[in-house]
Design a protein around this ligand. Sequence first.
Ligand SMILES: Nc1ncnc2c1ncn2[C@@H]1O[C@H](COP(=O)(O)OP(=O)(O)OP(=O)(O)O)[C@@H](O)[C@H]1O
Ligand SMILES: [Mg+2]
Length: 283
Amino acid sequence: MNDALSPQPTSPAGSPMPAPQAASPAEARIIAITSGKGGVGKTFVSANLAAALTRRGHRVLVLDADLGLANLDVVLNLHPKITLHDVFTGKAQLEDAVIEAPGGFSVVLAGSGMVEYSRLTPEVRSEFLNVIQTLAPRYDVVLLDTGAGISDVVLFSVSLASEVLIVATPEPTSLTDAYAAIKVLATQQKRQHVRMVVNQAARAGDGRAITSQLQQVLDRFVTTDSGRPMRLIHMGDIPADPSVRDAVMRRQLLLQQMPGCPAALAVAQLANKVESTLLKPAA
Ligand SMILES: Nc1ncnc2c1ncn2[C@@H]1O[C@H](COP(=O)(O)OP(=O)(O)OP(=O)(O)O)[C@@H](O)[C@H]1O
Ligand SMILES: [Mg+2]
């Protein structure tokens, strides 16, 4: 069993949640896609990365882990009859909440009306954990499309993942918020590294430069439990591309609507990198 699926410490709601130990590539199957600032492209990356990994032969589940402000359904143009809300309230079976998305991967949507779950109660914690424990073994990789920031619900969902992909844009506000989130992941979740994707990059190479600037700040101010600085692993850049907005407006996957555009090619490259660093080869 994945470390991420082991029973979590029974600390009171809202208290820091240590993350699973650094995963070996074979175990690194639950990936949280998160950010410091909102609106930077987490849902876009989650959905299109899922489509790209599916195309490469992996069985992929995307879980809408943004319980308060879910919007994966909007991006995928899905109108699910059953959502996590129904599962959490006992109105439906988890199995019935798993639906197929346009890219051929599975999704579980949070749906609207989850406002009461934007607080991390012991009930939310155990329901959430149960969903992951039940579903994760059926897939090669699970992507958690989390909310932004460092609220306890966001940090809890991130704590369930063996690897964290931080999405940031080159804007200073996005970078300072990413720094704050990374710092919390080092101190509260005892993570030794996180992975970075720079979205809406203006020029090729921008993301790597930004990641190394952020690394320099971490080197000075954020030390992990091991005594070493928190390590940022640059996974790729996605350029700012008007086709992304077009695809969102049409509620379609970019990879399906405009597979040759610069942002779609960058997501495909990101999928390559995720596959080669974190996944077992597809069967
Ligand atoms: N590479 C890109 N180029 C151009 N526009 C982009 C790009 N990535 C994202 N966007 C725009 O940013 C919007 C927000 O993206 P998305 O909903 O994925 O962000 P999010 O981080 O999931 O937001 P939230 O924090 O609210 O969940 C998209 O609807 C799209 O218009
Ligand atoms: Mg989102």
